[in-house]
Every structure is written in C-alpha cells, then in structure tokens.
Design a protein around this ligand. Structure first.
Ligand code: GTP
Ligand code: MG
Length: 289
C-alpha cells in the first residue's frame, strides 16, 4: 500500500453551517441538521453526534487550486463520531498531495489512470462505515454532507446520489456540458428505466457494506463509473433504499482535465454495453498489492 501519510485526525476547520434548500419537485428533501452549538458555532455537546464513522473519498488529479477548500467545505465540528478524508491521487504533478496532507487527509497514490479507477481503489480502502464522495474542485456542496449522512442513517437507506441539474448555479455547467449531461441522463433513463434524473453526478453517500455485494461493485475505471453506480444501486436496492436528492452545484475551481467529447462518447458506449451485459472489468477491485 502506498500511503503517503498515516491516518491522521482532522483538525477543526471553521465550520460553515449547512444550508438546506427545499425543492418543490418530486424529489427527496432533507431536514436541517440540528445540533447543540457552543461558542463560535463549535459543537460542545457530542451526545447528538451521529454514531457513525464517515470517510469522504476524493479522487484528485492536479487539483491544487481547490483541494483545500473542498476538504474544508465539509463541517468537521463533531457532527459524527469520526470523520476522515481519503484522497486517491492519480499522480498529480502539482501540490495536491502535499496540500491534502496538510489538511490532515490520508493520501494514497494511485498511479493507474482514471476517475473510476480511483474510486474502485478508494471504496475498498475507506475505513469508515459510511462513504461520501465528491470532486476536488469545489463544485459539490460539502456543507450538505452532515444532513445527507443523517438522512441515510435515520431513514435506513443504502445509497443516496445527488442530483446537480435542478439546482445548478449559474456558470457551473457550460452549454455543451449541460447538454451532454442531459443527453446521457436521458439515454440512461430510457435504457434502464431506473428514474434517476442526473446520471453523471459524482456526489454519493452510501454504506460501505453495499460494496460487499458483487452486483453493486462498479466495473469501469473511467468516467462511466458514475452512471454505473446509480444503475447498480437502483438494481440492487430499488427506489426505496437508493434515492436521489437535489443539491446545489457550483462553478469549478481550477482547470478541468477531462475531455468532454471523448468522455461523453465513452459514457454513451458504456450505457449500451451495460444494458446488454457486455461491460467488463479491466483491473481488479481495490489497491494494488
Ligand atoms: N485519481 C484520479 N483522479 C482523477 C482522474 N481524473 C480525474 N480525477 C479527479 O476526479 C474528479 C472529477 O474530475 P473532473 O475533472 O472534475 O470531471 P467533471 O466533474 O466531469 O468535470 P468538470 O465539470 O469540469 O469538473 C476531480 O476531483 C479530478 O481531479 C484520474 O485519472 N485519477
Ligand atoms: Mg468536477
């Protein structure tokens, strides 16, 4: 295992109160996360902390501009029993790993390329019983994490995927990107009839134990892992236990390395392969021995 740092407890960041917006459309909503607050907004009474260990898994490749703010966006003021961050870094040539370590995150170097590859390593390694995912580019709302975890735990859910399309903030998606997302999501709905609005979202909250189910484990090492996660979750756990919640989506911080056209094409091809059971795993589950 290539840990760059031993697991370390996170220091307290300045917590931002979670913002919870309601949505009138027929999607799940969340109750505000309430807790006793002491001086400066920090929790003084830990008795209301959720009794779970949460690991936020974040794939990174050259995200020095946003990795610190991404980690700090998740409140770390005692809302759950234990919170840690696992960064799966795809051989960044900038200061991403160094900055993440300084924030107290555990950093694992995964030189095998791919967004999906990073998660297929991270899901196996995450120490927490609940896994939260997000990009390292400040696009996803870290402040919503406590409320999402609370919902998963209290409603005994297995999987939550966050829909970005209904609450996307201005400038968060270029016209082409938005169209691509819509087209892929539409195709996925038609092929799988699974009712997920945003097939490409990369923010999920789930119980690590679901990855013990071989039918839930994603096979793809690239961007298609995102749509595969939702298809598998709905197949394995249905609409009652695998739900979709709308969250804000924000403009990216830092340069993206993805190729919109090439990745869009791969995502589309993957949907058809998966539909006919022809998708194959190219590399094994988990980190390299
Ligand atoms: N470990 C690893 N991480 C990657 C790789 N490619 C992308 N990532 C990370 O995966 C996350 C998602 O990639 P993005 O570039 O944000 O892709 P996207 O969200 O579809 O594109 P944007 O909307 O432009 O943000 C980011 O945190 C990237 O740094 C890779 O090959 N390896
Ligand atoms: Mg992104």
């Amino acid at each position: 295992m290539r840990f760059l740092t031993p697991p370390a407890p996170l220091g307290l960041h300045s917590p931002r109160m979670p913002s919870f917006s309601s949505d009138s459309r027929p999607v799940h909503t969340m109750e505000p996360f309430k807790r006793d607050e002491g001086v400066g907004g920090l929790v003084t009474d830990m008795s209301d902390a959720l009794p779970v260990h949460v690991t936020v898994v974040i794939p990174t490749r050259n995200e020095e501009a946003a990795i610190v703010d991404t980690i700090r966006s998740v409140p770390s003021d005692g809302w759950c029993e234990k919170l840690d961050f696992l960064i799966i870094d795809g051989n960044s040539s900038d200061r991403t790993r160094e900055l993440a370590e300084q924030e107290g995150a555990q950093v694992y170097l995964e030189p095998r390329r791919g967004y999906g590859r990073a998660y297929r390593t991270g899901f196996a390694m995450a120490p927490g019983e609940i896994i939260v995912t997000m990009d390292a580019d400040c696009t996803y709302p870290g402040e919503e994490v406590p409320g999402l975890v609370k919902k998963l735990v209290e409603e005994d859910l297995q999987f939550i995927t966050c829909d970005r399309l209904r609450k996307a903030e201005e400038g968060s998606m270029s016209g082409m990107h938005g169209f691509g997302n819509w087209a892929l999501s539409f195709t996925a709905r038609m092929l799988f009839w699974y009712g997920i609005h945003d097939s490409q979202s990369g923010m999920w909250v789930f119980r690590k134990s679901i990855m013990e189910n071989p039918k839930m484990r994603p096979t793809n090492d690239g961007m298609p892992l995102s749509e595969e996660m939702k298809i598998n979750a709905r197949r394995c756990y249905g609409k009652e236990k695998a739900i979709e919640i709308s969250v804000p989506y924000r403009p990216r911080v830092g340069e993206a390395e993805i190729n919109t056209w090439a990745d869009g094409r791969k995502n589309l091809i993957f949907l058809y392969l998966k539909r006919f059971g022809l998708n194959r795993t190219r590399s094994p589950w988990g980190p390299e021995e």
